[in-house]
Design a binder for this molecule. Sequence first.
Ligand SMILES: Nc1ncnc2c1ncn2[C@@H]1O[C@H](COP(=O)(O)OP(=O)(O)OP(=O)(O)O)[C@@H](O)[C@H]1O
Length: 535
Amino acid sequence: MHVDNPPPGSVAAPPRDDRSPAAARTVVTTRGVTKAYGRTRALTGVDLDVRAGEVVGLVGHNGAGKSTLMRVLAGLEPCDQGTVVVGGTQVSPRDAGPGATAFRGVRMAYQETSLCPDLTVAENIWLSSRHCLPRLGWRRAAGAAVRRRLDEMFPGHGVSPRDRVADLSIARRQMVEIARASLVDRLDLLILDEPTESLGPDAARTLYDHVRRLAARGTAVLLISHRIGEVLSVADRVAVMRDGAVVAERPAAGLGERDVLLLMGAEVAESAAVTAPAGAGADRPALAELRGATGQGLRDVSIRVGAGEVVGLAGLAGQGQQEVLERLWRPVRRDTTVRGTRAYVPGDRQRSGVLPLWSVAENLTITAMRGLARGGFRRMAAETATVRGWVDRLAVRGGADAAMTELSGGNQQKVIVARAFASTADLVLLDDPFRGVDVHTKTDLYALIREEAARGRSVVWYSSENAEMAHCDRVYVLRAGRVVAELSGDEISEERIIAVSFAESAAGSESASGPVPALSGAASPATSESTGAPR
Ligand SMILES: Nc1ncnc2c1ncn2[C@@H]1O[C@H](COP(=O)(O)OP(=O)(O)OP(=O)(O)O)[C@@H](O)[C@H]1O
């Protein structure tokens, strides 16, 4: 069922939620805000009010305009038309731009972190918060400030102010990005753009605890997320964006995930989980195998991937899952066998996934080229048909000719996933591939994985969302570099995976609820050569 789309810019009367102060001052207001990039109308007339002390969840499909609106609210980009009022003062397009003082009380933590990779954590903090740091001894002051904030938000974070950002895992970079955004002398509005996509459940929970504390102190928080359940658990109010406008606002209390999906325009019936046929693939010939793999953080790991099987790698983040994917991608050791070609979808699209200067079509076909060519000649018609098929299938907003940098984060991710499946690889390796992808598209991608498996392709899939593992035939749960459980069929459930992940922890030296040190400080093992090309 579809919800009718009201005219752009229309806003349902926002009923107040009990948790937010009824007469709180408005921190930001937008009326009829539009923004176009060339022919793309990213914002088509946004009306939104955010009041002090409230948490507003902003949801919508990939490309709905959420990040663009946030950039306008943070003063990073001017809007084309409409009015933006920040802290009671109407700002003009001239006021926008990096470091704009009119927007000083508004801070944003970005979906792709804005940190300089070659600087340390403390140096990055100085860059963004130098106006509130002393000139003498700034490094120490920045280090102390970020450490304090990280301790508060993410106990057990494992980040030192002296760490070089490039050496941090993607989850830790995300933590620093969020801490950086909230380090300011006056914080009226904190914008969090998909903050938990690379965080584990513990870090997500402590972050949201902090968000509620901020709100209790009067700071407004705008939370963009595709994780609707999380939004409903922390927000006072939910604003839904479609086609560049806010089309509905509702108090979060009493709203269910299904209600939100309907407001977003999703076909909820289609969103029903596509789960794996029980026990499928268990007795198929092995396409890939790790036999007692040890070293590089792995301890005696044995894993078997049958032809046409979808194998999940689960457990808390950083327990060796990336190292397993790395071994399968580069099977150079004698303990690893892979028959056939491989494609890789890296977890960190900015570092090793996107070819930013290339178009969507070029990014998509780069790995499929060999299969599409005949006698060493490119077949342009076949390439065009392939590209069109994938762009339509995954609803890549922006189209085939757009540069990758013109796409929203979720749409970029769709192209990277499509690139792997458009290849002829026998084994597709997925490292938490659906970060930032909207719920509806994810459902399509789950179905795609099952279809490809039915055609005989094998998939090894690490996901930080345990619920996604229900789409696998078999799941290996990793803990501290070891396989601690192998689940199949009905045994695969979120509860079971969590229980197994923590059972080992309770038996070991770490506390079940405490922080778990990641095995590898480095992020995705993917390098420039692992952008998906089968070899
Ligand atoms: N710099 C840019 N140049 C051209 N088009 C852009 C640019 N930034 C955004 N767009 C386009 O504007 C539209 C809205 O993008 P935006 O990033 O705001 O969406 P979003 O709702 O945040 O999506 P996602 O959930 O995928 O992050 C998209 O169609 C996108 O392709």
